[in-house]
Design a protein around this ligand. Sequence first.
Ligand code: SAM
Length: 282
Amino acid sequence: MSQPIASFRKVQEVLLAHGMYAKKHLGQNFIIDKNIIDKIADVAKLDQAMDVLEIGPGIGALTEVLCAQAKHVYAVEIDKVMVSILKDTCSACDNLTIFHEDFLKFDLNLIQSSNIMVCANLPYYVTSPILFKLFESQQDFKRIVVMVQKEVAARFKAKKDTKQYNALSIIAQACFEITEAFEISRHVFYPKPKVASSLLIFEPKDGVDIKTQQPLFDFIKQCFRFRRKTLANNLKDLVVDPSQIPSYLRQANLSETIRAQSCDLHDFTTLFKIINQNENED
Ligand code: SAM
């Protein structure tokens, strides 16, 4: 690798050459420090037998290192201009497939791999939907290593009755062992974001079958739909007979005024079972 893409000079040079600027609405904050890229690659534990999915490759700062260390890299980028820049900056990478697509609409079945992980610096404006899509996908990701803003990282340690606690916290904690590898200063990006980031590692927990859990996860998401409303209120659209809601809550040992953010995975699992049992009896 001659001059790494991850440098302030290179980013400036590439953007200028394409008459391009970083698009804030697409969360374009490019890494300009090669040491950070190397630290991410270390944490990702890449090897020549592992394929990698990268979401939002941008101009390729991380992509070129992934290509050097992994078997094949599949990169999904929403911005057409970025895709043409990437084809240029990573032209030497013959193990790279680029998809010009919004990751949220991307069909993961297009990637055929039995040994694949995710490694990405995620666009901050769409982090949660991307993570939901990864967590709930049928792809057997061996590991998910992603850079997210610090406040999002806090969701994964969040306990009930805190501001950060939400459906993403519960689903992630149910399915993955989560580690915060290190914090990343906002100064290693161009342009500089307002806050620092964290590198998170999600490793699948043994024995969790996401496919069979999906109806429960959808239920949990709906329970958090209107955060300020009580759980009973959010349940109104989820049950056949809303007059039964107080009884369902009582059977689950939950108060009628409780909110979703005061319930844990066990509470949701119990309530979901009770609703299903009662409604399937009718
Ligand atoms: N990987 C590069 C880096 O680390 O320097 C760029 C990361 S930048 C934080 C996020 C990238 O995601 C941008 O290139 C942006 O265009 C792209 N992006 C934004 N929304 C996207 C989406 N919905 N699907 C795919 N890529 C997206």
